[in-house]
Design a protein around this ligand. Structure first.
Ligand code: SF4
Length: 94
């Protein structure tokens, strides 16, 4: 399992989650942060500190936010891939 940052982070990017993550697996891109799923240890510490409830367990990602599972996971392929998927999602969701 992993935790996932969803669209609510965009425009907020509070960064409290980065402060509490014990394994430093939350990474900042221009518009939001993402969680590297292969590094996350599922401690759940980030979830309650987010002021906009942008972080949920992967199983709890709302249906309309499912693309963010792949957007977070793309960190493993590099920042550019995260940005590309994010732009693609925005274009498709209008
Ligand atoms: Fe970091 Fe824990 Fe949140 Fe995973 S669940 S991103 S390890 S604070």
């Amino acid at each position: 399992m992993t935790y996932v940052v969803n669209e609510a982070c965009i425009g907020e990017k509070d960064l409290s989650c980065i402060d509490v993550c014990p394994v430093d697996c939350i990474y900042e891109i221009d518009e939001m942060v993402v969680i590297a799923p292969d590094e996350c240890i599922d401690c759940s510490l980030c979830e309650p500190v987010c002021p906009v409830d942008a972080i949920t367990p992967a199983e709890g990602v709302p249906a309309d936010q499912r693309p963010f599972i792949a957007i977070n996971a793309a960190w493993g392929d590099g920042r550019e891939e995260v940005e590309r998927l994010l732009a693609e999602h925005r274009a498709s969701s209008g």
